[in-house]
Write a new protein. Structure first.
Ligand code: CP
Ligand code: NVA
Length: 311
């Protein structure tokens, strides 16, 4: 019997052992090429001869460049298109798009406005599909974040992560991996921008240690890692209401001081200094944002390697 296709759609759908294997592979690959030119392929070049298609319905800097660089370092190549330039942008069904691309490439990454479209693409695809952010989740980002935490602070299992701000797609993927990798997750969000209740219910059923509060101070108290994200995500239309509701959730030095003395700060970027985080925190000594951004590359190489069955 043929193996199931290894889609990377959401962290809750994956085995904890696979997430762990991806993180360990990323650490090993990163160490093995320290100091090399960024365009030189890894010694094992596990994507040699393979092509990744990337479809973007939304803007991107990190995801676009890191997947492209990742495929080069794995010895493969990419084809990138904005959805608006494809027939998809004129209403061609995503299922037909999946069937066509499956005949031409070895994997597809999509950044989509609508999470259901990511699922529909995968359902009709005979090659792996990777979720490069949807309105509901951002699994590749959280793999890079967990890699960054482990590089600086050791195993995430047993650590306390505090997510403060909008209960958005980034927050969702932190919820999705909590039980799989054994970290505690404290979320502080306002009632109107609360995390997804289905995600929270699943986490509870999985016996994940996820708690929610409306009080940022309660969430951050004793945390090992403090995380936030933009208050206005791509596709959000209620800009002013969001800024009003989220103002008490800004990460500043006073809030950081409630976390452990060795706590670190993460933000997936792009950031809005003076909104969700102050300059002093994001540009301060506890901030790991540049390592976090670089780790998109390393984590995604291992996600791709997993999709291709190389780990
Ligand atoms: N963090 C992140 O996904 O960045 P981009 O939107 O630039 O891809
Ligand atoms: N929550 C943000 C993340 C951007 C990388 C958004 O969806 O716009």
């Amino acid at each position: 019997m043929s193996q199931p296709i290894r889609h990377f759609l959401d962290l809750w759908k994956l085995e904890g052992s696979d997430l762990r294997a991806i993180l360990e592979d990323a650490k090993a690959r990163k160490a093995a090429r320290a100091g090399w030119p960024k365009g030189k392929p890894d010694a094992d070049a596990v994507a040699d001869g393979r092509t990744l298609a990337m479809i973007f319905e939304k803007n991107s800097t990190r995801t676009r460049f890191s997947f492209d660089a990742a495929m080069r370092q794995l010895g493969g190549s990419v084809i990138i298109s904005n959805a608006v330039d494809m027939q998809l942008g004129r209403g061609e069904p995503i299922e037909d798009t999946a069937r066509v691309l499956s005949r031409m490439v070895d994997a597809v990454m999509i950044r989509s406005n609508n999470h259901q479209d990511v699922e529909r693409l995968a359902m009709s695809s005979s090659v792996p599909v990777i979720n490069g952010l949807s309105d509901k989740s951002h699994p590749c980002q959280i793999m890079a974040d967990l890699l960054t935490i482990e590089e600086h602070r050791g195993p995430v299992a047993g650590k306390t992560l505090a997510y403060v701000g909008d209960g958005n797609n980034v927050c969702a993927s932190f919820i999705h991996a909590a039980a799989k990798l054994g970290y505690r997750l404290n979320i502080a969000a306002p009632a109107v921008y609360h995390p997804d209740l289905v995600d929270l219910a699943r986490a509870q059923a999985e016996q994940a240690q996820v708690r929610t509060t409306h009080d940022p101070r309660e969430a951050v108290e004793g945390a090992d890692v403090v995380i936030t994200d933009t208050w206005v995500s791509m596709g959000d239309t209620d800009h002013d209401e969001r800024l009003d509701a989220l103002e008490p959730f800004q990460i500043d030095e006073e809030l950081m001081d409630l976390a452990r003395p060795d706590a670190v700060f993460l933000h997936c970027l792009p950031a809005h200094r003076g909104e969700e985080v102050t300059d002093e925190v994001i540009d301060g000594p506890k901030s790991l944002i540049w390592d976090e951004a670089e780790n998109r590359l390393h984590a995604q190489k291992s996600i791709l390697a997993w999709c291709f069955g190389a780990i």
